[in-house]
Design a protein around this ligand. Sequence first.
Ligand code: ATP
Ligand code: MG
Length: 390
Amino acid sequence: MDQVIIVRYGEISLKGLNRSYFEDRLVKDIKNALRPIGTFLIVKRDQLIFIEIGASDAAEIVSKVTRVFGVVSVSVAVKTVSSLNQIMELALQMVRGYRVRNHFKTFKVISKRSDKTFPATSPEISRITGEFILTNLGDITVDVHNPELTVNIEIRDQAYVSLNKIPGFGGMPYGTNGKALLLLSGGIDSPAAGWLMARRGVAIEAVHFHSYPFTSERAKEKVIDLARILSGYCRSIPLHIVNLLDIQQAIKKHCPEEIFTILSRRFMMFIAARIALENECLGLITGESIGQVASQTIQGLHATNSAVNIPVFRPLIATDKNEIMHLAMKIGTYETSILPYEDCCTVFLPKRPATKPRLEKVLKHEANLDKEALIAAALDTRETLTVTRY
Ligand code: ATP
Ligand code: MG
């Protein structure tokens, strides 16, 4: 069978003069995503991308293509000559095949004729094909508003018939919007935050803080696993792993317990900002969501944020935990995130953390620490690895 995957990409097509740059990146990303399966002819034409897949397994290809950022939806089309009779027969055969596997009562036909020499208009093609299907298959009706099945007909140099559209994630091709450094914990939120930024085309580098030997080797492995899941969307992710233990012990020794978490967080930001600068990352990304825990009140965020000058992106800031959990499930990080390994912040968790820390007080106590030496020592002992899916 002569199958073609049709890829729609929405937002990129609004990019004016830069459009072909984004389109070329998208085509390249699709090619790379399909490389483990095979090499296919991929053509970009009039704001659609066509992937010629012949008789290959369409489901496997669809599952790869719909994960590529920038892809809004795909359909598996069958190609035929541009003749109304052929199109009607093919549409009928496809709907018949679909009915064997799926129960549905309503359908509609949508046609788009880019070839204006074709002897029927788009509404005529839809009406004639719809009537032909109705005449040949009993027990279904047309519903133009809310059909269970949509038959799409695209007429260009050839005709393409497909059923339904399979949604992709949308967004922008990976890496077309610079690079930022994700503060990646083992929790539910930060992987989801990184994914949302990556979907907007921001390349991701990550930093994880641990308190080994107070946190286990397995806790670190869990974070590497999370980075690996994310790398399935991002090709590969450089991951910096930094031991925060000496800093945490210094804070514990010299500062009041209730501001321990805020101070640890500020040190994470200091260190992350240095790593970002070294690696051409133009922002930090965190999984913070306002009010979620004591350190994420507006006062807490203010005290954390003022540690650095670099922009801090918090894509989850106004979302509810439930929404974040659903997102984590959708992107495949949830099951790993909920594994019960300790995090560096839980090791020394204060009994009564300040929920409204005052910046002056935080700064006053921070001044008692040898900040530069602590940061330099932590950076000195960091490990860096590159995490890839395969
Ligand atoms: P998460 O689910 O992402 O761990 P959380 O709700 O547990 O978030 P916190 O532990 O307060 O929230 O952390 C807030 C943010 O600070 C995290 O989303 C993450 O970006 C960063 N962060 C926290 N702990 C670490 C860590 N050990 N290493 C790197 N970043 C961290
Ligand atoms: Mg956490």
